[in-house]
Design a protein around this ligand. Structure first.
Ligand SMILES: Cc1cc2nc3c(=O)[nH]c(=O)nc-3n(C[C@H](O)[C@H](O)[C@H](O)COP(=O)(O)OP(=O)(O)OC[C@H]3O[C@@H](n4cnc5c(N)ncnc54)[C@H](O)[C@@H]3O)c2cc1C
Length: 421
């Protein structure tokens, strides 16, 4: 698996060898943190990358790589390596409550995160980022109103590491965000759970990324994504897992995700067949999602929040690998601007935040599409319309492939056109 032995040896360097200083400290070695580390280290920046887990590590995910992931992986120069390991697919199959279905064309693939994140982490280390694990971010070090490093922990030991910049790329779990004083909302936007089932008899029968809407799964959906070797990633996700009350407080809804999963196998025969005829090779595990670029401050002096920690996952579909990579690259490019183009600290952060805000229309489009999760009959209507209209199908494919302007689709006229053309 790990072809470059010297790089492999440098993964998970022991915490007691952490340096006292670096240019950029990146906390979290998922897609966002690794994308930033690769981009910075390739430009000669002295990067330290830390993660609370040694790699390779599992990450609860659907493992679906949609077109934005492909584009970002290409930009990082690792797409070919990823595709030698991944299961490619040419369509997302959308299945409505009444069983109607439509196949939306796109450049897609499925690769378990244990493998994807290892490719990314190894690329960061090959680019000369220094990676240490298991190391946890405990708190920022601040001087004169600016973050100048971080307090890190490894077991009982603590370590202070000084850095020009600290990038928080810790995903949907809120602890690091809260410790850094960046969390605006510690509850997630949604929750999801997944497991891996091996069932070689279903190979060829499920060869697309299948997404299923049904009243029993609302406000969410079920999925089956085909990996390699007869293995399938199967799961359910719930958007809007928390209710907002009049006093602004959020409380967890009474949702039993395990029950939703059982309902998925009840209402969708291929899911039932997959599981009854297959073998669980990894049990169901749940995880939170942070969506729509909400829930955290993006930066403060000396510190940048990137990836899902900044809410970079799409609501509606729960896809976030691509935008985690993109926002990690944006953070790195902004920091590089401070080095090369001589941007001030405040200008670096302004450039980064402007980059995130430029992505906002896409996030807003997916937030609106979240209506389908709340009202699954809308999926029936869309599928029915798309079956009759090549143009509508092309439009849906344009959204998936990010070739159409999201601004056109979130206008009232754009939505009306979805149902009328
Ligand atoms: C069930 C489920 C299914 C999903 N399916 C898909 C899908 O099919 N396609 C898709 O594109 N997206 C999917 N997503 C979303 C996707 O998983 C995220 O968008 C993506 O992982 C975000 O990447 P990230 O790098 O920001 O964070 P992460 O991948 O979460 O990485 C964060 C890293 O930070 C580390 N960390 C956290 N706290 C600390 C700390 N205090 N100190 C040190 N390290 C820390 C973690 O160990 C982790 O390695 C799914 C999510 C869920 C929950």
């Amino acid at each position: 698996m790990i072809a470059d032995a010297p790089a492999a040896a440098r993964l998970n360097a022991p915490p007691d060898t952490l340096p006292a200083r670096c240019e950029v400290l990146i906390v979290g070695a998922g897609p966002a943190g690794c994308a930033a580390a690769i981009t910075l280290a390739r430009q000669g920046v002295d990067v330290v990358l830390v993660d609370q887990h040694p790699f390779p590590r599992d990450k609860v995910c659907g493992d679906g790589l949609i077109p934005d992931s492909h584009n970002a992986l290409r930009k990082l120069g690792v797409l070919d390596e990823v595709m030698t390991l991944a299961q490619p697919a040419g369509h997302v199959r959308c299945i409505g409550p009444r069983g109607g279905q439509i196949d939306v064309p796109g450049t897609l693939a499925v690769l378990p995160r244990k493998e994807l994140d290892l490719v990314l982490c190894r690329a960061a280390v090959t680019a000369a980022a220094r990676m240490f694990a298991p190391v946890r971010f405990a708190a920022p070090i601040e001087e004169g109103g600016r973050v100048v490093g971080a307090k890190l922990t490894a077991g009982e030991a603590t370590h202070e590491l000084r850095a020009d910049w600290v990038l928080i790329a810790t995903g949907a779990v809120p602890q690091a965000l809260m410790a850094a004083g960046m969390s605006q909302r510690h509850t997630p936007s949604g929750v999801a759970l997944r497991g891996y089932v091996k069932n070689p008899a279903m190979v060829g029968r499920i060869d697309k990324l299948e997404i299923v809407w049904h009243r029993a799964l609302s406000p969410g959906y079920g999925w089956i994504f085909p990996c390699r070797d007869g293995v399938f990633n199967v799961g359910v996700g719930i958007a809007d897992s928390h209710d907002e009350h009049r006093d602004g407080k959020l409380t967890k809804k009474e949702i039993n995700l395990r029950q939703v999963f059982d309902d998925f196998t009840r209402v969708y025969a291929p899911a039932r067949e997959l599981i009854e005829g297959g073998e669980w090779i990894s049990p169901l595990k749940g995880a939170p999602l942070r969506c729509t670029l909400e829930g955290a401050r993006f930066s403060r002096p000396g510190l940048i929040v990137t990836g899902e920690a900044a809410g970079s996952t799409y609501s509606f579909s729960g896809e976030g690998i691509g935008k985690a990579l993109e926002t990690g690259i944006l953070a790195a490019e902004a920091v590089l601007g401070g080095r090369g183009a001589g941007l001030s600290e405040a200008q670096v952060r302004a450039q980064y935040e402007a980059g995130l805000l430029a992505l906002k229309p896409r996030f807003d489009l997916y937030a609106r599409a979240n209506k389908v999760n709340r009202h699954p009959w809308l999926a029936d209507l869309l599928i029915w319309r798309a079956k009759k209209s090549e143009r509508l199908l092309r439009r849906m494919s344009g959204v998936l492939n990010e070739t159409s302007n999201p601004g056109h689709l979130i206008s009232f006229k754009g939505i009306l056109r979805l149902f009328t053309e």
